[in-house]
Structure formats: C-alpha cells, structure tokens
Design a protein. Sequence first.
Lengths: 113, 114
Amino acid sequence: DAGVTQSPTHLIKTRGQHVTLRCSPISGHKSVSWYQQVLGQGPQFIFQYYEKEERGRGNFPDRFSARQFPNYSSELNVNALLLGDSALYLCASSVWDGNTEAFFGQGTRLTVV
Amino acid sequence: AQSVSQHNHHVILSEAASLELGCNYSYGGTVNLFWYVQYPGQHLQLLLKYFSGDPLVKGIKGFEAEFIKSKFSFNLRKPSVQWSDTAEYFCAVSAGGGADGLTFGKGTHLIIQP
C-alpha cells in the first residue's frame, strides 16, 4: 500500500520567492493536515483540510495557504519566503477530520537562502 | 490552547535497560494522546494511541504508555530497549474535535548503546 507521498523531497529557494509543496494522501483518506518541523522541535500544526474545506488553522501568518483537491491531494503554498521558513514540511492524512490516527509522509525539506 | 511538555530531550541508555519517557500536557477537556517515533531517515510512525478506555495502552515493538488523568501525563515505557530503538520520540495531543490538529512536544532523542 502506498503511504502518504510528498513532493519534492528537497527544495532550495531564495528569500522573497514563493513555494508550492504537494501531498497525496493514503487512498481512502479524506483529510490532510500540514505541519512545520523546525530542527530540534516537534512538528507544529499549520492547516487541516477535509473534503476540500479548511477545518483548522494553526498560528501561522497569511503567507501560508493551502487547498485540497477533489482527489483529496493537497498543496501548501508559502509566499514571500523568509529565512525562518526553512524547515521540514510534513503532510499527514487521516480517514476523517476528527480525532483519529494521522499517517505522516516523509516530508519536504525546504531551505530558504 | 493545549501544550505538551517532554521532560527529557536527550536520553542515553544501554541495551536491555528499561525506558520511561515523560510527557505532560495542559488541557482541561477531553484529549486523545499519541506517541510517535521517527527513526533516522524515516517518517513519523505511530507507536501507540489513547482515545478512551483502559488507560494502559500497548503499542508496537513492545512499547506501552499509561494515561494518568489526574497528573495530565502519558508516559512511554519499555521494559528492555534494543539498539534499534534509537530514534526521536514525540508525544502528541489532540483536543476537542480534532480540527486543530496534533500538538507535539519537542521530542526526546533516545540513543541506545550496544
């Protein structure tokens, strides 16, 4: 069975640029969440989407946005990149948007220079 | 908002030693509790979870955790660790309806010496 897949695996961007990260959930999972993991810290919640609607949002600036497509895949967009956005971005999928087990992908390592 | 505190950031043990990693959370309502593990170069994997019922939960690879509501704690234990248990361990909480995602602790880096 294919797990949660994320692309790209690594990315280098320059300050001020825009980035799009992609996530495909496990087949049958309708909810996707995004997390940011800075080195030495636990993952921090950014967004949760379920059935193409935003269901939850963490404490991140409006430069961060996301969407979910009819096939339940998702994109995370970050505008006007800052050096501090350098992190591992994790996508997690779950069957629904409530209290249930989340399955994580390998992540996208974003470096902003 | 909920928060999670993991007391031990770095733990070094010898093989066959017993393990206990502390986790405390702050939230006054109903919570669901998780322990995730991240082996070197791999993605986060669920070790065990508590939603309701028996507060002593068993997970994969011989791990278990006990939910003590009065202490707001969910400590992870393993009676005898192996070299392959070397990894980063994260305690996480989801509260309310779960739409606010998981709140993670900062993690504990566990090194098992052969």
